[in-house]
Design a protein around this ligand. Structure first.
Ligand code: GTP
Ligand code: MG
Length: 293
């Protein structure tokens, strides 16, 4: 029996959370087409025949970090590089940016073995470009292994797992059988609502909001819960509520449906929108909304 912890790092939007979900086989971390979706370290536990791997999904490491929330996210990602058995650096096939470059710099100080996952190979129109790209990446850092794969298509995940299992030590399970994440129901509810908001709203608005689960009550097979969507300004509140409340209703429906699948319960979800001025740059507000290391 092997067991260990593996940090999954990289710049925003390369598919870290998609990969962790695919490896764990269940959705433990939210996914959206926009960068900076993940804001916390998220544990996802794989219970495999060879043992247990606890993946630490992390916020995408980013360079432009103007607000306290950005700094929190980068610190959460940086903090994952210590005290793990291995680090998996995720990049996007065919797309290399200065933010990837900055992650490589950080990896130089990592003591644990570092491997590379080249994700989104399904998007490569010319597969002949993969080999030269792998050669170029290999020259950047002494990676212990390099695996091209697709998180969303599920291709070559076995190849990656073989490499990862080889890098976790023998030891007892860290999580009980059946437990796939270290987070509680309140976190799952707020993250699910935030994912629907990230997917529905345009441009900057997803970065100005956070979701706080307010109440959770169980009545037999019914899960009754309410959550507050906090925004920075009144104008943002109006957009989220939408004409005749239509936008908020769509968000609520999408989140409720997913929560019903995740929990197996019938869900009654009530959403509120409130304003907390400048919360993304206010250390006290950040702390209150759960952004604390
Ligand atoms: N085509 C394709 N798209 C993918 C793949 N993996 C992830 N994506 C998409 O890439 C986008 C970002 O995925 P995430 O998993 O949220 O990326 P992330 O690295 O966790 O992003 P942050 O949390 O913002 O750092 C989503 O639209 C995913 O559906 C893949 O293998 N192929
Ligand atoms: Mg993510």
């Amino acid at each position: 029996m092997r067991s260990g912890m593996i940090a999954v790092v990289g710049r925003p939007n390369v598919g870290k959370s998609s990969l962790v979900n695919a490896l764990v086989g269940r959705k433990v971390s939210i996914v959206a087409p926009k960068p900076q979706t993940t804001r916390h370290r998220i544990q996802g536990v794989l219970h495999g025949e060879q043992g247990q791997i606890v993946f630490i999904d992390t916020p995408g490491m980013h360079l432009k970090a103007p607000r306290a929330l950005n700094k929190f996210m980068n610190e959460a990602a940086n903090g994952s590089l210590q005290d793990v058995d291995a680090v998996l650096f995720v990049v996007e096939a065919g797309r290399w940016t200065e933010e990837d470059e900055a992650v490589v710099e950080k990896l130089k100080h990592v003591k644990a073995p570092v491997g590379l996952a080249i994700n989104k190979v399904d998007k490569l129109s010319d597969k002949g470009k993969l080999l030269p790209e792998m050669e170029r990446l290999a020259a950047l850092h002494p990676f212990e292994f390099m695996v091209p794969l697709s998180a969303t298509k599920g291709s070559n995940l076995d190849g990656l797992l073989k490499e990862l299992y080889a890098r976790v030590p023998e030891g007892p399970a860290l999580y009980p059988e059946g437990q796939i994440t270290g987070h509680d129901l309140a976190f799952t509810i707020s993250e699910t609502v935030r994912e629907k908001l990230m997917r529905a709203l345009a441009q900057e608005l997803p970065y100005a909001l956070t979701v706080e689960t307010e109440t959770i009550e169980r009545e037999g097979a019914l899960l009754k819960t309410s959550a507050i969507i906090w925004v920075e300004r009144e104008g943002q509140k109006a957009i989220i509520i939408g004409e005749d409340g239509g936008m908020l209703k769509r968000i609520g429906t999408a989140a409720r449906r997913e929560l019903e699948v995740l929990t197996g319960a019938r869900v009654y979800l009530k959403l509120w929108v409130r304003v907390k001025n400048n919360w993304t740059d206010d250390p006290q507000a950040l702390h209150r909304f759960g952004y604390q290391q």
